[in-house]
Design a protein around this ligand. Structure first.
Ligand code: PGA
Length: 240
């Protein structure tokens, strides 16, 4: 594995991630890029929004794919598709024709997950997969227990994951199931960039990069990625 670790503080943190994407788009203007939700990537998305406002040209052919979403929350304002549209896609002018959405309707979901995997492969596979790191070591919604062979599927959320996401929800709605790219799906990306910020992630980042590889810490499978870039702030990198 080739690992490239950048330890940088904001505003360099977001700019470093944006530079990585810019380099990818320079080499391949219609690159297929996977974007996560969460607090972590917000400075990165704000940086992309600023760059796109100054010059939209580099983003015109970018294609995007979703990493995960809640199951059956399609109509709710807090589903991940709407979140990404609000925080990123509208700002960089990415319309739905260039987005591969992960399925989130319960009806026919198994078939839809297989169709998603096929569509991802048919589009040439993911060129650059950005990921956040869960406090319990999850990547996407692959909570502890998910192994390297998993593909896009419905998962039950670990209680801590549901809790960590509770602020996204209103009206007392608590999601229990989600759809996520599997670890095998994620590892098939040509390049992976793990985005990490804050002291709460420091121990998990160390375990992900230097601990034993296994389903107990799903992010540890990133040690098997062909090309991994980590962009961490000082607090997140404190235990490396
Ligand atoms: P966070 O979530 O960025 O909101 O901490 C990361 C994740 O759970 O993947």
């Amino acid at each position: 594995m080739a690992v490239n670790i950048h330890i940088v503080e904001e505003p360099r943190w977001g700019a470093t991630a944006a530079d990585l994407l810019a380099g990818c788009l320079k080499a391949k203007p219609d690159a297929l890029v996977s974007f996560p939700t969460g607090h972590t990537p917000l400075p990165f998305y704000a940086e992309l929004a600023g760059r796109a406002a100054a010059d939209a040209a580099p983003f015109r052919r970018l294609r995007a794919v979703m990493l995960d979403d809640y199951l059956g929350a399609t109509a709710l304002p807090s589903n991940f598709y709407r979140w990404l549209r609000r925080e990123l896609f509208d700002a960089i002018g990415l319309d739905d024709s260039r987005l591969l959405r992960i399925p989130s309707e319960p009806d026919g979901i198994e078939q839809a997950c297989s169709d998603f995997e096929r569509a991802l492969a048919a589009q040439g596979g993911c060129d650059l997969q950005f990921l956040g790191l869960g406090g319990n070591g999850h990547i996407g919604f692959n909570d502890p227990g998910a192994d390297a062979a998993t593909r896009t599927r419905v998962v039950e959320l670990a209680p801590e994951t549901a809790r960590a996401n509770a602020e996204y929800w209103t009206n007392g709605y608590v999601p229990t199931r989600a759809v996520t790219q599997g670890i095998g799906t994620i590892l098939a990306a040509k390049r992976i960039c793990l985005l990490v910020r804050g002291p709460a992630k420091a121990d998990m980042l160390r375990r992900a990069l230097h601990g034993p590889i296994g389903a107990e810490v799903p992010a540890s499978f990133l040690q098997q990625a062909p090309e991994l870039t980590v962009i961490a702030d000082l607090a997140a990198a404190a235990r490396l």
